[in-house]
Design a protein around this ligand. Structure first.
Ligand code: PLP
Length: 421
């Protein structure tokens, strides 16, 4: 096959020319650009991020407190101006989306509203392996309501000897426990295995059982195409520092379906940032939440942390999710094809519809392997006990990098095999 007729290279041409140059590429130990395959953990920095932060620092320096109401670009409503861009990424209506806090805090805020045990319906069902922060969040909400997490947090994981969760197992567990479930809380793309679930199908299964259905989309937002409104998801939360390239600890985002978002009677943890901006300063007024997901905000949003998110969302606006996903499917497919005869196990589903950009590679000596990859200029990450996660990112990873990574991996594995255990 020549360079020209490789399908992945065709897809490479589909995104805006020069897109990779819009990002800072980290440096390898030898001074060359690193092969960065860790965008599923921390996305790279857009070159526009630093000027965006600088602009807010300048506004602070020039206007002080008046920058909150600077008519040209008021900080007071900066978070709401980003809702449309975020809504396009997750397939939502702008009113259903808000930018606030970070992910686990947002999961807590949403659980306070949407985990409402009543009568027999007291359990939460989740998929495993469950990200540690999610497990702690769910457990603490059960404990706070006087429930026993050991009994009331039901985790449906892979069968013994398997790596992936069978969707039928989730559906069966949901149906079997229908009378006991208050909430189904699932990950859109599993952090460890890279398995992507059929969100529409599982949301329907949860609703059929009479449960509320929420999603952690940390590894799905900006990675796979989503249609949260049409799929009738009740609520969801995600971070912006992975596929959304918003920077470490950047401002997170939530989705609350319109039918709940406009319902002011839903109990929620209050704070002034969740009020309509017009009455935010009212000293005596009742808690009258802002319309939509914005009504779940509580505290002042960090303007400095929001600036790089805005810079990154502008790139997503320009590219659009469908072309981005098309290139992602091609790149990850190419990576998988290159790995076909490499002695390492790929545990991520083979079907592109059941995965995003990430492939999880299983190896008994994964941690040592990662260190050797790092020494050769490859940035990936390790999840105990035996996984290396790699993700070609459609905005900045090249086909040539994928091929170089696989060549390096092949060499390292051959060297290890020669030197023995
Ligand atoms: C699936 C998942 N859930 C939750 C979190 C926690 O996010 P945060 O530290 O922003 O609360 C992460 C972070 O990587 C994650 O991957």
């Amino acid at each position: 096959m020549t360079d020209e007729d490789t399908p992945a290279r065709d897809a490479t041409r589909a995104l805006t020319p020069g897109m990779r140059n819009r990002f800072h590429i980290p440096t390898a130990p030898d001074g060359a650009p690193a092969i960065y395959l860790a965008g599923q953990s921390l996305g790279l920095q857009p070159r526009t991020a630093s000027p965006a932060i600088k602009a807010e620092l300048d506004a602070w320096a020039r206007h002080g407190v008046d920058a909150w109401f600077d008519p040209a670009r008021p900080w007071f409503t900066l978070d709401t101006t980003l809702r449309e861009s975020m809504a396009r990424i997750v397939g939502a209506r702008p009113v259903e989306v808000a930018l606030l806090n970070s992910l686990t805090v947002n999961i807590h805020l949403l659980l306070a509203s949407f985990f409402q045990p009543h009568g027999r319906r007291r359990r939460i069902l989740a998929d495993g392996p469950l990200f540690p922060s999610d497990r702690h969040a769910l457990t603490s909400h059960l404990a706070q309501r006087g429930q026993d997490p050991a009994a009331d947090l039901v985790i449906v994981g892979p069968h013994d000897g398997e790596h992936l969760v069978r969707i039928e197992d989730l559906e069966t567990a949901i149906a079997d426990q229908a009378d006991d479930l208050a909430l189904v809380f699932l990950g859109g793309v599993n952090f460890a295995t890279g398995q992507a679930f059929d969100i529409e199908r599982l949301t329907a299964a949860g609703h059929h059982a009479g449960a509320v259905v929420g999603w952690d989309l940390a590894h799905a937002a900006g990675n796979v195409e989503l249609a949260l409104h049409d799929w009738d998801v009740d609520f969801a939360a995600w971070c912006t520092y992975k596929y959304l390239n918003g920077g470490p600890g950047s401002v997170g985002s939530i989705f609350v379906h319109e039918r709940h978002a406009r319902d002011r009677s839903i109990p929620r943890l209050g704070g002034w940032w969740g009020l309509d901006p017009d009455v935010r300063f009212d000293p005596q007024g009742p808690f009258a939440p802002a319309e939509g997901a914005a009504g779940w905000a509580t505290s002042t949003t960090s303007i400095i942390a929001l600036a790089p998110v805005a810079a990154s969302l502008a790139i997503f606006d320009e590219v659009g999710m469908p072309p981005l996903r098309a290139r992602s499917i091609a790149l990850t497919g190419h990576l998988e094809a290159c790995l076909a005869d490499v002695p390492i196990e790929v545990i991520t589903p083979r079907d592109p519809a059941s995965r995003g950009a990430q492939l999880s590679l299983r190896h008994d000596d994964a941690e040592a392997l990662l260190a050797r990859l790092a020494a050769r200029g490859v940035v990936a990450d390790y999840r105990a006990p035996d996984l290396i996660r790699v993700a070609p990112i459609p905005l900045y990873t090249t086909v040539e990098e994928i091929e170089r990574f696989v060549a390096i991996l092949r060499e390292i594995l051959a060297e290890s095999a020669e030197s023995g255990p």
